[in-house]
Design a protein around this ligand. Sequence first.
Ligand code: GRF
Length: 189
Amino acid sequence: TPIAVLISGRGSNMRALIEACERPDYPARIALVLSNRPDAVGLEVARAAGLQTIAIDHKPFGKDREAHERKVDAAIRASGAQIVCLAGYMRVLTPFLVNSWEGRMLNIHPSLLPAFPGLHTHEAALTAGAKEHGCTVHLVTAGVDEGPILGQAAVPVLADDTPDTLAARVLEQEHVLYPSILSKFISDQ
Ligand code: GRF
């Protein structure tokens, strides 16, 4: 199954998906890596892996989020992708893109949703005194970080954790969870 991976930055989850897709028994292949930031480090990683990449900068579109998304949507469709994986894609989506890929767009979020939606999840988990934290792969719906949960992985919160040490422990699990849930999602279709 051809997929598109949408990133904005470092792209470590994208890299985990690339590595999974290199396994002969894995049910997805990456048709496109798309970034809204032309300088995303992840784009270089994807190019080095020989993947098709495109940057569609959101800045020239100003406040017209949908105009940007129409370009993004067209690029995804042109690639032949049938599933979209958001992987650190730091844009709030309008109903246009959400509806365009309804039931076929996945996101990874660094918390055990419904706890700690939005940004700065590791800091929020520490502030709340959470004993457990983790990550969630979910379907994307109109509400940010609110779609049906496809899978989660938990890690303990340790007494001496900082947002950075906790983030690193969660990220390790993200890299396992995302490929695993995507594979299940495709097999269940
Ligand atoms: C990850 O923590 C992901 O869960 C969140 O943004 C971060 C992206 O990291 N949505 P990377 O670009 O995949 O390294």
